[in-house]
Design a protein around this ligand. Structure first.
Ligand code: SAM
Length: 382
């Protein structure tokens, strides 16, 4: 973590992160590892092979391109630029999951894996399969993250500090939603009851009972909905970055650029936009960064694992609030009405950023594109 920022009350948005020194574009504001993270269940099931603890890709770049293009004869040039180091990979003797290093395996074992390993707790497989039938891609959270939080509370040497940390995360459910929209569909109350009963049956719980009551679980979903940070890692995009930096002849550059274009086109045909190992995590500092529809910072994963970096996207002056966008770039271009509909549905709040306040006297307009989508949603629901 670097200095240069402070946490302060904002008034209307709760706590926020403020610059305590000037930041230039691309400056790192802070870097941190999560309290807990987990790969999404379908992402793992579809063979996106990542370290069970830190989400670092476990495949070589060639294995990755072959899988994502469904072409087993692709030969990737400059294989020496692949960042995957298989020499340190280790595996769980009981369930077979892989870790990029002994360090990750030891952390996982100590924090949650000793309790949740399906080799020792076969009912975990049923819990995950039940979840997968409730929550299809594109995934926004996972039962694995919930299970890890519970297991960490069970296993923590300093349980009190961990619980205090988690409780400092904003975790209120709203009147309209308890964060259950994360489960998708209309029968969320039934789903939460099913999950709650299954968690109670599956995980031996002595210390985390209050987190697995119906209200406790609802609150945990709200906590993850409000604070969970998506994580994406890719050995191919790391290799592409290394290729961009490598010095080579014009001929080699042309040939490798053409290889990259073809690979992306073939991936798009086979897996669409699902290119990365994906998951989500809870971070102690990142959870204080508020949303703005006109952000001045962004989150990156430069080590292609769950280590998060908050970076300035424009100059930031001391005293200014540092905000990221919880919405993707496409959604940021949409009307205030549509942006807020998404923020309410997925992040459980109404936006009070400067841009939304400035646009608050505008009518609740839904752009043509948005209203088409809304009609489609309504058709699907009816
Ligand atoms: C990741 S937390 C950010 C830290 C939070 N302010 C706190 O005090 O814990 C996300 C929550 O902050 C609030 N928040 C973030 N950005 C906001 C915004 N632009 N307008 C209103 N509330 C916001 C919402 O309550 C949201 O659920």
């Amino acid at each position: 973590m670097t200095g240069g920022f402070e946490l302060r009350e904002t008034g209307s948005k709760g706590v926020g992160v403020f610059a305590a020194k000037p930041f230039a574009e691309n400056d790192v504001i802070f870097e941190e590892k999560p309290i807990v993270s987990a790969q999404f269940c379908w992402n793992e099931a579809y063979g996106y092979y990542a370290c069970h603890h830190c989400l670092k890709p476990m495949e070589s770049v060639e294995e990755n391109v072959r899988r994502l293009t469904a072409n087993t004869s692709v030969v990737v040039p400059f294989p020496e630029l692949c960042v995957t180091d298989k020499t340190n990979q280790v595996f769980c003797g009981a369930c077979g999951v892989g870790f990029c290093s002994e360090v990750c395996k030891t952390s996982a074992d100590q924090q949650y894996h000793n309790l949740l390993c399906p080799g020792k707790l076969p009912a975990m497989v049923h819990l995950v399969e039940t979840w997968k039938r409730m929550h299809y891609p594109p995934e926004t959270t996972s039962i694995s993250l919930i299970a890890r939080v519970i297991a960490m509370i069970e296993s923590a040497a300093d349980r009190e500090t961990l619980v205090q940390n988690l409780m400092s995360f904003s975790h209120e459910a709203t009147d309209e939603s308890s964060g259950l929209c994360l489960l998708q569909g209309r029968d969320d109350e039934d789903k939460i009851k099913t999950l709650q009963a299954l968690i109670q049956e599956t995980i031996p719980i002595n210390h985390a009972q209050s987190f697995v009551s119906e209200d406790g679980l609802r609150s945990l979903f709200a906590l993850i909905g409000r604070n969970g940070q998506g994580i994406g890692t890719s050995v191919f995009s790391e290799w592409v970055k290394a290729i961009e930096k490598k010095e080579m002849s014009a001929e080699e550059r042309e040939s490798v650029d053409s290889f990259i274009d073809t690979a992306y086109a073939n991936m798009n045909e086979h897996v669409g936009s699902f290119l990365n190992c994906e998951g989500s995590g809870l971070y102690k500092l990142q959870r204080c960064v508020n949303h703005s529809c006109q952000p001045n910072a962004t989150i990156n994963f430069p080590c292609s694992d769950h280590t998060l970096v908050l970076e300035a996207t424009c100059p930031i002056a001391p005293g200014e609030e540092i905000c990221i966008s919880y919405l993707d770039e496409c959604m940021l271009e949409r009307s205030r009405h549509t942006r807020n509909k998404t923020l309410k549905e997925f992040y459980l709040f109404e936006c009070k950023c400067d841009k939304c306040i400035a646009q608050s006297d505008q009518p609740d307009v839904t752009s043509e594109e948005d209203s088409d989508e809304e009609e489609d949603d309504e058709d699907m629901e009816s």
